[in-house]
Design a protein around this ligand. Structure first.
Ligand SMILES: [Fe+2]
Length: 186
């Protein structure tokens, strides 16, 4: 499998861990407890950063090349770039709802719950479809030269949460995810 595709799959695995961490805090929120709002905001900040700026644009390039190589295979799958915009809009929406609740305790908590659920479901479903359909098709249709060209167009910016341990802005989030992993292994 091309290294670029491996890296995209690794991103998904990381995002899945982060969605799980976010969901755990959402559960605390739902039960009317006090979640770690900073952590939830930090997770959303991450989704608006690396996935929106690097991961999705890279997939968009892969998608564009796949459409050129085998348009029949992807017919009916929709436009990936549009789906990525929808994910970004859902992320902005939950980030905004959370911000309002933090600013004004009387703001609708239901809105946070619904937006967060939509965000989680859409992200998970989207990654599932990409892994089941899009990635295998790209693996089959794209040449080594295609992958090299895609890599050259979007450089190897490191993931600020999962790869760059020196990135202090995500330090507590990183620690929380690692603690959850340890718990799961115990
Ligand atoms: Fe993806």
């Amino acid at each position: 499998m091309p290294a670029t595709l491996d890296a995209l799959i690794q991103d998904h695995c990381n995002m899945g861990r982060l969605l799980g961490a976010f969901e755990r805090q959402l559960q605390v929120f739902r039960e009317a407890g006090k979640p770690d709002y900073e952590l939830m905001q930090s997770a959303l900040e991450y989704f608006l950063d690396y996935p929106d700026k690097i991961h999705h644009p890279k997939e968009d390039l892969v998608w564009a090349r796949l459409v050129e190589r085998d348009s029949a295979a992807v017919a009916g799958m929709g436009d990936l770039a549009v789906l990525h915009e929808e994910l970004s809009a859902l992320t902005h929406s939950i980030a905004y709802a959370l911000k309002l609740v933090l600013q004004d305790a009387s703001a609708s908590r239901d809105w946070v719950g619904t937006s967060a659920r939509n965000f989680l479901n859409a992200y998970r479903k989207h990654m599932e479809i990409e892994e089941a359909l899009f990635f295998p098709l790209a693996d089959k249709a794209l040449s080594d030269a295609d992958w090299r060209e895609i890599d050259a167009r979007i450089g190897s910016t490191e993931d600020p949460l999962f790869a760059r341990r020196d990135e202090l802005r995500f330090e507590s989030l990183r620690k929380y995810i690692e603690d959850l992993d340890d718990l799961a292994e115990a």
